[in-house]
Ligand binder design. Structure first.
Ligand SMILES: [Zn+2]
Length: 324
């Protein structure tokens, strides 16, 4: 996650290398863009505040550069800033946006540009909400909104190496990432989380295609593959970071999760203690923790704990697995 210091560093020392570059002459851009789009993106203009409906639009999706189509922001990071310009806390990738010092109008501000084609997007300020505290104040004219079918769900149920290995094998799951959420510290390390004092849970963030697997199915699998009645202890792992937890993003998801927890409760004599929390932020763990089982199948923990769990899982959810 980028912070203000990172933004200043990029502005002072140079920006990260973009995945690709798009370069055109002003004449070529003019032919592609409307007059207003050209004025704002290529001549560093600013649209009138509250001139776009995009400010109060918070549906899932992504935002791309109007000039070159590069994806810049996810709707997950959009927030109501009250400024009259669409505002985000974080770009979709660290190298999506470039930062330049802008001394116009007698102020020093940080200008945000598309790192692919240098389109002027707006400015970045350090008065945004937690956890990044950044506010990407963007011209709606510089952005193109598009829908994505992909959805995300975050949950925890013990060691994320296990949970990751299971869900990677489910049909409709596009990506599984390991990380932390639900705590107080910003950007915690694995060691800090393992100390148990940060309040974070080890979780997985699953990106899935709802046409192939539903939110309900994923939750049912989640609650069916760990014991949701033990407080802060799952299999061999003990500590509050291993608590059973589900993060919802919408009221609909919350209602669905409550219904499923009620159903699951019927098959346990003890109370299901799975926590239900509003999703706030996912902190991705270091690369070492990603794709852990696939990268370390012979490691002791994988053999002792993940192998047997995975074997049972493949049998139980046969009809939901990806075809090899
Ligand atoms: Zn661009």
């Amino acid at each position: 996650m980028l912070k203000w210091l990172d933004v200043i560093k990029f502005a002072n020392n140079g920006n990260p290398v973009p995945d690709r570059r798009v370069e055109k002459t002003n004449e070529e851009w003019k032919a592609l863009l409307t007059d207003e789009q050209f004025r704002i993106t290529r001549l560093k203009g600013t649209e009138r505040a509250f001139s776009s409906d995009l400010c109060s639009y918070f549906e899932p999706g992504r935002y791309a550069c109007i000039c070159c189509g590069t994806e810049l922001f996810d709707a997950d990071t959009k927030f109501e800033s009250g400024t009259g310009w669409p505002s985000f806390t974080q770009p979709i990738k660290e190298n999506a946006v470039a930062y330049h010092k802008d001394g116009s109008f007698g102020m020093v501000r940080i200008e945000a540009l598309c790192n692919t084609c240098d389109a002027h997007l707006g400015h970045v300020f350090q008065d945004g909400p937690m956890p990044s505290r950044l506010r990407y104040c963007m011209n709606a004219v510089s952005l193109k909104k598009f829908d994505v079918r992909e959805r995300k769900i975050d949950f925890g149920g013990g060691c994320f190496w296990c949970t990751e290995a299971l869900f990677q094998r489910i049909k409709g799951v596009i990506k599984v990432e390991n990380g932390f959420s639900g705590g107080t510290l910003v950007n915690p390390t694995y060691r800090e989380v393992c100390s148990g004092g940060t309040g974070h849970a080890e979780i997985v963030e699953i990106t899935y295609n709802p046409d192939e697997i539903s939110f309900e199915d994923l939750l049912q699998i989640h609650l069916g593959t760990h014991n949701p009645t033990t407080v802060n202890q799952l299999d061999a792992d003990r500590g509050s970071q291993y608590r059973s937890i589900i993060f919802y993003r919408t009221e609909d998801e919350k209602q669905t999760a409550m219904k499923i927890i009620d159903e699951v409760q019927k098959s346990y004599p003890d109370r299901v203690v799975t926590q239900l929390e509003m999703f706030e932020h996912f902190y991705k763990a270091d690369d070492y923790h990603q794709n852990y089982y696939n990268n370390n199948p012979d490691e002791g923990y994988c053999r002792a704990f993940i192998d047997p769990k995975l074997g049972k899982f493949m049998e139980q959810y046969k009809d939901k697995l990806k075809q090899e």
